[in-house]
Design a binder for this molecule. Structure first.
Ligand code: ZN
Length: 272
């Protein structure tokens, strides 16, 4: 690494199709991981912890995470090495479609065959929403080459433990609240200072409640004076404090914790 280069925590890429282009992939392992995730502008993708996250973001997004090998296209519909190990994030319909493809294969070739023994053509109907379509291409190419089997085994060993942390971030409910609070401080740096005793520029308006004698029809009309406007106070010290206290969005520690928690998982061999 050279001075000035960006430092990235190693992560495994998600497979993404692009409209009007075709890819060839193979399902590397039938060891599928279920993931319940949320998206939040401040936290990015994170795992559901079944609490405040669901109240703020709605029901969790459910995905099946499948390790895959992607081939390079070498022209004329040919494909081959170099290979890359990625993961496929499959919503239910896509996952069901892959299961159906395996059932069809088993009807044709017997119950022992699995979807990982064939290569798949992938076309994409919508890049933004990743609407993918799979067609069975042929018997898996890389599994027929000793060299490529060794290469993929090596890549998978290296990347396997990174899949979980690459899909989404693991946050505790406390960390989640902390990130949200940090983010709201960043957007409105002066509001907190104002509530902490800084002098409001405007005095609260004298009339805080509608008079009790108001007729029912009048109740909907909120007088402008009822909501006092407290202007932001320009306190440079508060602003500076907020700026220096901002942590990085994703701390290396949290990713390391993730890796440590994964290291206890079993190391299954590839289903060749
Ligand atoms: Zn949740």
């Amino acid at each position: 690494m050279r001075f000035g280069d960006d430092l990235h925590f190693p992560r495994i890429d998600r497979y993404k199709g692009a409209r009007e282009s075709m890819d060839v992939i193979n399902i590397l392992s039938l060891d599928v991981m279920g993931a319940f995730v949320h998206w939040d502008d401040d936290v990015k993708y994170f795992y559901c912890f079944n609490g405040q996250c669901c109240e703020d973001c709605g029901p969790a997004i459910v995905r099946r995470i499948i390790p895959i090998v992607q081939y390079s296209l070498v022209g004329d519909g040919q494909y081959g090495a170099p290979l890359s190990v990625k993961y496929l994030s499959a919503p239910k319909d896509l996952y069901d479609n892959l299961i159906l493809k395996q059932t069809i294969l088993q009807k044709k070739h017997g119950p022992k065959i699995t979807i990982s023994q064939v290569d798949l053509f992938v076309t994409c109907m919508d890049t933004d929403y990743q609407k993918l379509n799979f067609e069975i291409a042929d018997k898996c190419l890389w599994r027929q080459s000793k060299e490529l089997v060794e290469e993929v085994k090596g890549l998978y060993e290296e990347y396997k433990s990174l899949i979980e942390s690459s899909v989404a971030r693991k946050v505790t409910p406390e960390k989640y609240i902390e990130i949200k609070e940090m983010a709201s401080n960043q957007v409105k740096p002066f509001v907190k200072g104002a509530t902490w005793g800084a002098t409001p520029v405007m005095k609260p308006a004298p009339v805080m409640k509608p008079a009790p004698a108001l007729k029912p029809a009048m109740k909907q009309q909120t007088p402008a004076l009822a909501s006092p406007v407290i202007e932001e106070t320009s306190d440079a010290t508060d602003d500076w404090d907020n700026m220096v206290e901002q942590p990085e969005d994703i701390t290396p520690e949290s990713d390391l914790e993730m890796e440590a928690s994964l290291s206890s998982e079993e190391d299954d061999d590839l289903p060749f």
